[in-house]
Design a protein around this ligand. Structure first.
Ligand code: SGN
Ligand code: CA
Length: 534
């Protein structure tokens, strides 16, 4: 009896083992899925995995808790469409040609989704692309035209344009899950690009978040009242100061009639709340109406300092309100992956097209190579490869995604891509990662927000920036001693040696990436040809 039971258990055990073996072999050969989640203008300061001073983002944080959080991820050109072009091509802006939001993306560029599609991946894109043309290499796409709208947005699809009633962040997720459920071929690996418009200006939250967020008060950033001393002219002449350049109506949601009644000199902009249905508008007014009444009463007694604080709080309430919906919807997608048993074999990325100023230096918007816009959030989960709760301080960039995803899929990347696959960092083989500096180049000037053209290099300890075109100014920052970047030490003799080293590094990194003054000139000429400058 006893020995009979043992024999039976042995047979059972053997069959279980052979089954597991088969399964793990299958797993090994099954190519991983890639889910690329990107929001627009999502500052790392507004993700609780980085800092919980402003907001809790439990769903986005899950990706880092179960994976890796990069604390030194940056972009190569801190503006929307150029960042997206860098991500898709794995090439710097001066090579892929998409230097700003104005020039159309050159669709003769080869993008990583095209390569993955050829390699047998199913590919789909939903949400904001902002290229002015449709993406290549996708089996299905439903994208917002241009910047897109928060309420009742229009989408461009392969079957024509369609307007969908509702809130953009929810709709982008609905479209994504609809594809996942109904049209995804479950026998093939997939690349999903799930791209939120939020939290881009003009920061319209979903109805369910109006009350909660408009009641909140947020801590003031240390540099809210920055006077831009000890730096060159670029910071002082930029037009993105919350007090001076943020608009009352469009940004702070003061009704036009109140702006007029108070005699406020405000820039007139199209107001997207006009897209709301009467019901949506009534919900909006029920919360924003009393805020307007209160402002109307208080405005005459306000000074620059109290106004700055009021505008900052209004800005944060709406900006962070839009993020609450992003976080909930990221949760919906992660839950779906769990329910469908897809989590284990799927690499999930959460990032933004760049960082954003949340009142640091008194600013909103981005564009500068100063940290809050240069750095971008980056969280990656890939079970069995990434050790949960890993943090990496390595200098990684949006330039690296294309090669990373190609390596994940087992496809060789084209030799002319300029990034590095992040695979060693994902696997914890940090000794195989030897990058000590990253390159940056911003072009869109003269333009909205008046951030001067500049290029520069960043190491973990220092940052060297050259502003050019209508100025010729250099700035050097000691990132360890002056993390808020308030003091340009370019002319400080104690930094002479560092400066010499950084200049040398800048020359060699420009050579490596094939950037030059001659190319900068060519990109200035494009503005001349378009009549944007003389
Ligand atoms: C719009 C915004 C700007 C913003 C750019 C670029 N102005 O033009 O504030 O810098 O987008 O943003 S608005 O009045 O139209 O809202 S990006 O993320 O697309 O690069
Ligand atoms: Ca953006």
């Amino acid at each position: 009896m006893k020995s009979g039971f043992n024999l039976l258990s042995l047979i059972l055990l053997l069959s279980i083992f052979s089954c597991t073996d088969e399964k793990s072999n299958e797993k090994e050969t099954k190519r991983p899925n890639i889910v690329f989640i990107m929001s627009d203008d999502h500052a790392y300061q507004a993700i609780s995995a980085y800092s919980d001073k402003l907001i809790q983002t439990p769903n986005i944080d899950r990706i880092a808790n179960e994976g890796i959080l990069f604390t030194n991820a940056s972009v190569t050109n801190s503006i929307c469409a150029p960042s997206r072009a860098v991500i898709l091509t794995g090439k710097h802006s001066h090579i892929n040609g998409k230097i700003d939001n104005l020039t159309p993306f050159d669709t003769t560029n080869v993008t990583f989704p095209q390569i993955l599609q050829k390699a047998g991946y199913q590919t789909a894109m939903f949400g904001k692309l902002h290229f002015g043309n449709n993406p290549k290499g996708f089996d299905e796409f439903k994208i917002l035209p241009g910047q897109g709208d928060y309420y009742n947005p229009k989408f461009i699809t392969q079957k024509g344009d369609t307007t969908i009633q509702g809130y953009v962040t929810d709709i982008t997720t609905d479209l994504t899950l609809d594809w996942m459920e109904k049209r995804r071929d479950t026998t093939k690996p997939f690349l999903l690009m799930y791209l939120h418009k939020a939290p881009h200006r003009s920061w319209l939250p979903a109805k369910r978040h109006y009350t909660e967020f408009t009641k909140k008060t947020f801590p003031l950033p240390e540099t809210l009242f920055d006077d831009y001393a000890n730096r060159g002219t670029a910071a002082a002449t930029a037009e993105m100061n919350i007090l001076k350049h943020m608009t009352y109506n469009y940004d702070n949601k003061v009704y036009p009639e109140i702006v007029k009644a108070l005699n406020i000199d405000d820039r007139e902009l199209y107001n997207p709340i006009e897209r709301m249905t009467p019901e949506q508008r009534a919900s909006w007014d029920s919360v924003y109406g009393p805020i307007n009444e209160d402002f109307k009463k208080r405005y005459p007694g306000m000074n620059d300092s109290t106004l700055m604080v009021w505008k900052y709080q209004r800005y944060m309430q709406d900006y962070l309100g839009t993020i609450a919906a992003v976080d909930e919807n990221v949760g919906r997608l992660l839950d779906y992956l769990d329910e469908e048993g897809l989590t284990e074999n799927t690499l999930v990325v959460y990032t933004s097209d760049q960082g954003f100023y949340l009142g640091e230096h008194g600013w909103f918007d981005k564009r500068f190579m100063y940290d809050e816009s240069f750095k971008t959030p980056l969280l990656i989960r890939w079970p069995h490869v990434i050790t949960p709760k890993t943090t990496s301080e390595e200098l990684v960039q949006n330039l690296d995604f294309a090669q990373t995803f190609l390596e994940v899929a087992g496809v060789k990347a084209p030799d002319d891509m300029q990034g590095e696959s992040l695979m060693p960092l994902l696997k914890g083989e940090t000794e195989k990662w030897d990058r000590d500096a990253v390159y940056y180049h911003y072009y869109e000037y003269p333009a909205e927000h008046a951030v001067k053209r500049h290029y520069g290099i960043a190491t973990k300890n220092f940052k060297l920036i050259h502003f050019y075109y209508d100025v010729d100014e250099w700035e050097l920052y000691d990132r360890k001693k002056d993390p808020l970047e308030m003091n340009n030490v370019y002319d400080d003799p104690t930094y002479a040696e560092t400066l010499a080293q950084m200049k040398e590094k800048l020359t060699s990194i420009r050579e490596k990436y094939k950037d030059s003054d001659a190319l900068s000139e060519q990109y200035i000429d494009i503005y001349k040809d378009k009549g944007l400058i003389e």
